[in-house]
Design a protein around this ligand. Structure first.
Ligand code: HEM
Ligand code: HEM
Length: 184
C-alpha cells in the first residue's frame, strides 16, 4: 500500500485521515459551541469533558497528519488552475492541518489554568501544564475562541474551493480526495 503522498497522488492513509479528521472537527465544534452556550454546571462540565477528551485523540491523529503533510510531496493540482489560487488553497490547507494541533494545546492550557482536569480516553488524567491562574485562563480561552472561529473561516473557504472545483470547474479534485485514481 502507498504509505506517503507523492507528486501524483494522495496515499489512502491521507484520504482516510482527511475525512476522519473532518468528521471529528465537526463534532468538536458542535461540542465546543454547545458548551459555550451553557451556564456553569454539570451539563456544561460533561460537554467540556467530551470536547477535551475527543480533542486529545484528535491532537495525536492531526499531529501525525501534519508531520506527513510537511515531509511528503504534495500531489499536483488537478487541471490547470491559476497559480495564485493554488498558493491560497495550499496555505489554507496547511493552516487547517495546523489548527487541530494548536487548538488542543491551547485548550489544555486553558483548562489547566482554570484548575480543570483534561481526561484522556480510559480515564487517565493529563497533568496540568500550569497551575490555576485566572489571567492565563482568560487569555487562553480568548485565543481558543479566536482560533476556532479563524479555523471555521478557513474551512469555509476550503469547502467553497472543493465545491467550486466539483460543480463549476467540473474536475476530479473532490473525487480524488474521495479515493478516485486520477491520472495527471
Ligand atoms: C466537508 C469538508 C471538507 C471538504 C469537502 C474537503 C475537501 C478537500 C479536497 C477536495 C481536498 C483535495 C485538494 C487537492 O487536491 O489539493 C482537500 C485537501 C485537504 N483538506 Fe479538506 N475538506 C474538508 C474538510 C477539511 C478539514 C476539516 C480539514 C482540517 C482539519 C481539512 C484539511 C485538508 C488538508 C490539510 C488537505 C491537503 C491534503 C492533506 O495534506 O491532507 N479538510 N480537502
Ligand atoms: C480541533 C480541536 C478543537 C476545536 C475545533 C475546538 C473548538 C471549540 C469551540 C468552537 C469552542 C467554543 C468557543 C466559544 O464560542 O466560546 C470551544 C470551547 C472550548 N474548548 Fe475547544 N476546541 C478544540 C479542542 C479543545 C481541546 C483539546 C480542549 C481541552 C483540552 C478544549 C477546551 C475548550 C474549552 C475549555 C472551551 C471553553 C468552554 C467554555 O468555557 O465555554 N478545546 N472549543
Amino acid at each position: 500500500m502507498q504509505i506517503k503522498d507523492t507528486g501524483l497522488r494522495f496515499s489512502p492513509i491521507t484520504i482516510v485521515l482527511h475525512w476522519l479528521i473532518a468528521a471529528t472537527v465537526a463534532i468538536m465544534v458542535w461540542l465546543g459551541l454547545s458548551a459555550g452556550q451553557l451556564e456553569a454546571g454539570a451539563a456544561k462540565a460533561e460537554l467540556i469533558r467530551l470536547h477535551s477528551t475527543l480533542g486529545t485523540v484528535l491532537f495525536v491523529v492531526a499531529s501525525y497528519r501534519l508531520w506527513a503533510r510537511l515531509t511528503s510531496y504534495h500531489p499536483l493540482p488537478v487541471g490547470s488552475p491559476n497559480p495564485i489560487e493554488v498558493m491560497i488553497s495550499r496555505s489554507v490547507a496547511v493552516a487547517l492541518a495546523l489548527a487541530p494541533v494548536l487548538l488542543p494545546l491551547d485548550g489544555w492550557l486553558a483548562m489547566s489554568a482554570a484548575g480543570d482536569v483534561v481526561w484522556l480516553p480510559g480515564g487517565i488524567a493529563l497533568p496540568a501544564i500550569v497551575g490555576p491562574n485566572a489571567e492565563v485562563e482568560y487569555v487562553a480561552k480568548l485565543l481558543h475562541k479566536i482560533g476556532a472561529y479563524a479555523f471555521l473561516a478557513g474551512l469555509a473557504l476550503h469547502i467553497f474551493g472543493a465545491l467550486k472545483n466539483h460543480f463549476v470547474l467540473r474536475n476530479d479534485t473532490l473525487k480524488r480526495m474521495l479515493g478516485k485514481r486520477v491520472e495527471l
